[in-house]
Ligand binder design. Structure first.
Ligand code: GTP
Ligand code: MG
Length: 211
């Protein structure tokens, strides 16, 4: 069939409309929280679920992540596809003491270098709040939720009007108390998960997709 100029105009309009319908919502999502709460484990779990690849290094040594790690992928949930830029943030702490790292077997020099990088990382994570669309504030459910870090980070997120989901992690631990986390931040949606075991990940994806 030959396409005449009279047919071409509605065809172009229809293609544009289809393109509009297919346009993905794009979201820049940052994972924030204290050190060792499981941010990198969560980042790895999410990217593994959607790409088959991990994006970060998780470890028992605090301040393992000292530079923002970034990955782009499509997240599918609630029948929607979202173009996600996921940022795994350096852990935030009120104090960085190089002597603490020596307990994990680092040499004096390595410990001092790590402390320097960790301090830069904390600043980088706080600054990044200005560039994200959605925050996952990750809390270790075995620790007291009302920490100085959690309250400060939430305060900055609220000041910048960043929608925030509280992620209560490590619910696989015997002494985990996700209800306490939920009560502490009752004005936010809280999703209890185990990033290590993958428990409740689909609940988290649905909450992200409906944010
Ligand atoms: N039991 C349990 N352990 C977890 C869970 N998620 C993470 N961990 C462990 O917690 C430790 C810290 O995990 P990371 O993912 O490196 O934590 P992080 O928040 O990225 O740490 P920093 O980068 O240092 O801020 C590791 O030993 C993980 O295996 C979980 O859901 N349950
Ligand atoms: Mg990390």
């Amino acid at each position: 069939m030959t396409i005449t100029s009279q047919m071409a105009i509605p065809l172009v309009a229809a293609l544009k409309w289809l393109d509009f319908l297919n346009r993905k919502k794009k979201l820049c999502v940052g994972i924030f929280g204290e050190t060792n709460v499981g941010k990198s484990t969560l980042a790895n779990r999410i990217t593994y679920d959607f790409t088959g690849e991990k994006m970060s290094i998780a470890s028992t040594v605090p301040h393992e992540t000292r530079e923002i790690q970034q990955e782009y992928f499509d997240l599918q949930a609630n029948g929607k596809t979202l173009g996600i830029t996921l940022l795994d943030m350096p852990g935030i702490s009120t104090k960085v003491d190089f002597r603490e790292f020596k307990q994990y077997g680092l040499t004096e020099e390595e410990a001092m270098q790590r402390a320097k990088e960790a301090t830069r990382g904390v600043i980088e994570a706080i600054k990044a709040i200005n560039n994200i669309d959605l925050a996952l504030l990750m809390v270790d459910s075995t620790r007291a939720p009302f920490s100085q870090v959690n309250i400060t980070v939430l305060g900055v997120l609220e000041k910048e009007d960043v929608p925030t989901i509280v992620v209560a992690n490590k619910i696989d631990e015997k002494n985990a108390n996700p209800e306490q986390v939920e009560d502490a931040f009752s004005d936010k949606k809280t999703v209890p998960i185990s990033a290590l075991n993958g428990t409740n990940m689909s609940m988290l994806y649905k909450t992200i997709a409906s944010s």
